[in-house]
Design a protein around this ligand. Structure first.
Ligand SMILES: Cc1cc2nc3c(=O)[nH]c(=O)nc-3n(C[C@H](O)[C@H](O)[C@H](O)COP(=O)(O)OP(=O)(O)OC[C@H]3O[C@@H](n4cnc5c(N)ncnc54)[C@H](O)[C@@H]3O)c2cc1C
Length: 495
């Protein structure tokens, strides 16, 4: 690792990697990832990437309309237009770069359907699209001579330099912290799932980038817009991590059943199982209250077993590991935290309000999702806006050059008091009670003083810097912003 780069990209998910790919050899780039390079939400993406490619049967207006309906019309229309009209060429670019999307007998992309989409417009690689995209992007980025790619390397502090760039505290696996200067920083640090009790998210999703941007004065918007997926695999042991049963399974005809084995979704919404995921999640919670049971199932046993095995090989294998043969058995499911629509507020060039600081992918808020993400729009958002961030930085470097460091960096110390254990669990329990599928504002008000005390505790000066401390700070900060927003929204709605 050097002491200075033109650009530091924090995150090796689809957003970070696709941004890194855009920079030419004269621009030095560092990409860091706090765990293994391929451990991310991107690698877990199953369903695919939504894009209007089959123009005979689909058009931009329909994709925009579907996204607006799912988002409760709270979407930013100008950002959405950018996404929908530019996205198809990024998806085709991925194919050109060697990503193996499934194709039909004529060699065209095979497009599938997912909940909330009015057309077949999801490009996919079986049921492991994200893993395939990350595989290929990692190979391409690793081959670029101007890019240094470091795993098990964590951003632990971010401060502005008065000369215009940033000092980053970079912590290696052995806990050593080194200062790195960069005129431009792209945060592609992903979501916040691990702040919740049940989540489909990867272990890295602790909101670190959002927290550091917030502490630097970046505007955070709609962090309370959190998506719960209706069909997380519900293991008998009530464990924390929930394997996702993709929406595409319902897209291919699977139905939901309650504890009595009855279908029920159409009793609440005419769109049935293909209603947007927030709607289906709420329906499951409502039906659970009606029947006083949290046992729910996804049933695709009526489909041909060979089709199910070949269309969903990863889900099939994962279920089998849990003792469920989805060609014969109903899959036990329950809603789980899945995706963050809000985040670090950015414009259509992925710029935050802090000059030189960009945010892309799930940690950002472009406004395209509104209150609820339409399935498979997030990989598309990661592609389109990370390319736009890189383009803007390249232009800036051409016009203005790169800022030089003026200040001495102030790095956190690895020496000091260890953090008290149990803080992240406390936060998860608070969010489970106050912000799980439906909101409980009274609980949020009751728990706010606890969170405020925890904020003081995790930001105490005498604590030793560590991975645990970074993630605990993130958990408490994220919970604070989410519940504050919930309380303010409830007040505004009451007025
Ligand atoms: C189970 C599942 C299925 C999904 N299916 C789909 C789908 O079919 N279609 C779709 O469009 N979307 C899907 N999504 C959502 C989509 O995968 C994500 O929103 C998207 O991939 C996020 O990409 P990203 O690059 O923003 O973040 P991520 O891919 O999560 O990457 C974040 C990166 O940031 C790094 N990082 C975080 N904090 C630090 C730190 N402090 N220091 C250093 N590095 C750090 C991590 O190590 C990681 O490399 C799915 C999500 C999940 C969880």
């Amino acid at each position: 690792m050097k002491e200075k780069y033109d650009v530091v990209i924090v995150g090796s998910g689809v957003s970070g990697l696709y941004a890194a790919l855009q920079f030419s050899e004269d621009i030095s780039v560092l990409v860091i990832s706090k765990r293994e390079l391929s451990l991310s939400n991107s690698s877990l993406a199953q369903g695919g990437v939504a894009a209007v490619i089959d123009k005979d049967n689909d058009n931009y207006k329909l994709h925009i309309a579907d996204t607006l309906i799912a988002g409760g019309y709270k979407n930013d229309l100008s950002a959405l237009e950018v996404l929908v009209t530019e996205g198809p060429s990024d998806v085709l670019k991925l194919r050109e770069l060697g990503v193996q999307f499934d194709s039909d007998s004529q060699g065209n992309l095979a497009m599938t359907l997912e909940g909330g989409h009015s057309r077949h417009r999801i490009a996919h690689h079986k049921d492991s699209t994200g893993r395939e995209i990350v595989r290929q992007l990692l190979e391409l980025v690793a081959a670029k001579p101007n890019v240094e790619l470091l795993e098990n390397t964590m951003l632990c502090s971010l401060q502005k330099d008065s000369g215009g760039g940033f000092w980053l505290g970079i912590m290696s696996a052995d806990g050593e912290i080194k200062p790195v200067f960069a005129p431009y920083v792209i945060l592609g640090t992903g979501g916040i799932g691990r702040v919740f009790k049940y989540t489909t998210n990867s272990a890295i999703a602790t909101g670190d980038g959002i927290t550091m941007a917030y502490n630097l004065g970046a505007k955070i918007k709609n962090l309370s817009y959190i998506q719960f997926h209706p069909t997380g695999f519900a293991p008998p042991d009530d464990s924390h991590e929930r394997f996702l049963i993709s929406e595409a399974v319902r897209g291919e005809g699977a139905v939901l059943r309650n504890v009595n084995g009855d279908r029920f979704v159409e009793n609440y919404d005419y769109r049935g199982e293909l209603a947007p995921r927030d709607v289906v999640s709420r329906i499951i919670i409502q039906e659970g209250k009606r029947l006083n049971s949290d046992k729910f199932y996804l049933d695709i046993t009526h489909e041909e077993p060979d089709f199910v095995r070949s269309r969903f090989p990863m889900i099939y294998e994962k279920c089998l590991e849990e003792g469920i043969d989805m060609t014969k058995d109903w899959i036990p499911i329950y809603p789980t935290q899945h995706y963050l629509m809000g985040g670090i507020n950015v414009d259509t060039k992925a710029r935050t309000n802090v000059p030189g600081l960009y945010a892309v992918g799930e940690c950002s808020h472009t406004g395209i999702h509104g209150k609820n993400r339409l399935a498979s729009n997030s990989l598309l958002e990661a592609l389109v806006f990370s390319r736009r961030a890189a383009t803007d930085i390249i232009l800036n470097i051409c016009v203005n050059g790169c800022a030089k460091p003026k200040d001495e960096p102030k790095m956190p110390s690895k020496n000091g008091k260890p953090l008290r254990k149990g803080i992240k669990t406390t936060i998860r329990n608070i969010l489970q009670e106050s912000h799980f599928v439906t909101l409980d504002t009274n609980k949020a008000i009751e728990k706010m003083p606890v969170i405020e005390e925890l904020l003081k505790e995790v930001y105490a000066d005498d604590l030793a810097m560590s991975k645990d401390l970074i993630e605990a700070r993130s958990a408490v900060t994220v919970a604070y912003i989410v519940l504050k927003e919930d309380i303010e929204n409830a007040k505004n709605n009451a007025n």
